[in-house]
Design a protein around this ligand. Structure first.
Ligand SMILES: O=C(O)CCC(=O)C(=O)O
Length: 268
């Protein structure tokens, strides 16, 4: 990939700061995405190339058909997924949106949203920091990489523009099916208008969102599964909450392990 121009970097950083998200041009090649999907299928089926199982998964292989499959740190189980999440092009954009000199992965989630159905396939409105606040602090954010065509019909992630300025509300719930109830709870707490933006991405496209940006997604009404990797990142301005024991912290428990948490950008 060509290095990003100063203008591209400035535009990305400005939008991230203003809106709490940034939708980048496609970053990964169709060939790599095709390969990645073959390896996603293997991990879903419980075939772990490295011999290391993912840190957690919502359903055992073969179970949870028709439900949202969430596999935490699938990249430790598979060399191709490792290559994808640590791709230097993602690192370049991640550094551009934050202005960071170092960007490192601290966890990933493989999300497989099957088509159809109204329950068990959405992701409730939430702020990511709700799930990290006991263990991590500072500059934390997420790269969300599309592995399939994420159209409006496919149940794309939706951001609430500007919500990264609302503070930590602790009113969300990733696992709730009742989007309307959570929206009301968040709006009651924040008192701000609700401006939804769909994160429409082609395969290989990536978006970035701030740790406080409210986001969620509805059911997949397209014909194909919605496939993605949420790659959670920290910069040189972030670290562990003092005294926090990350080893018992579910999907954060691989924190600082070399394979699970590669550095994907380092300024020269
Ligand atoms: O995949 C989605 O719709 C939401 C994912 C998410 O919550 C995240 O990337 O932080």
């Amino acid at each position: 990939m060509n290095p990003l121009s100063t203008l591209q970097q400035q535009e990305a950083a400005a939008q991230f700061e203003e809106d709490g998200y940034y939708i980048a041009p496609p970053v990964l090649s169709p060939e790599l995405i095709k390969q990645a999907n073959t390896h996603v299928d293997a991990v879903l089926a419980g075939i772990y190339e490295t011999g290391i199982p993912p840190v957690t998964r919502s359903f055992a292989p073969g179970e949870g058909v028709g439900k949202l499959q969430k596999i935490d740190n699938a990249h430790i189980s598979d060399e191709t997924l490792q290559k994808v999440v640590a791709h230097p092009a993602l690192g370049e954009w991640a550094a551009a949106v934050t202005g960071a000199s170092k960007v490192q992965i601290f966890a990933t989630q493989l999300l497989f949203k099957p088509p159809g159905g109204e329950t068990g396939v959405n992701i409730g409105w939430h702020q990511d920091l709700e799930y990290w606040q006991n263990h991590l602090q500072g500059e934390l954010f997420t790269a969300w990489l599309a592995l399939s065509d994420v159209t409006e019909e496919a149940g794309p992630m939706r951001f609430i523009r500007g919500s990264h300025r609302w503070g930590l509300l602790n009113a969300g719930d990733f696992f709730s099916g009742d989007m309307q109830a959570i929206q009301s709870r968040i709006q009651d707490k924040s008192g701000n208008p609700w401006d939804e933006v769909s994160d429409i991405l082609p395969p290989g496209g990536v978006s970035f969102h701030h740790k406080l940006t409210v986001h969620g997604s509805s059911a997949n009404h397209s014909q194909a599964p919605r496939r993605s990797l949420a790659i959670h990142l920290l910069t040189e301005k972030a670290g562990l909450v003092e005294g926090a024991d990350y080893r018992t912290a579910g999907y954060l428990s691989d924190f600082n392990d070399g394979r699970a948490c590669p550095v994907i950008y380092q300024a020269k």
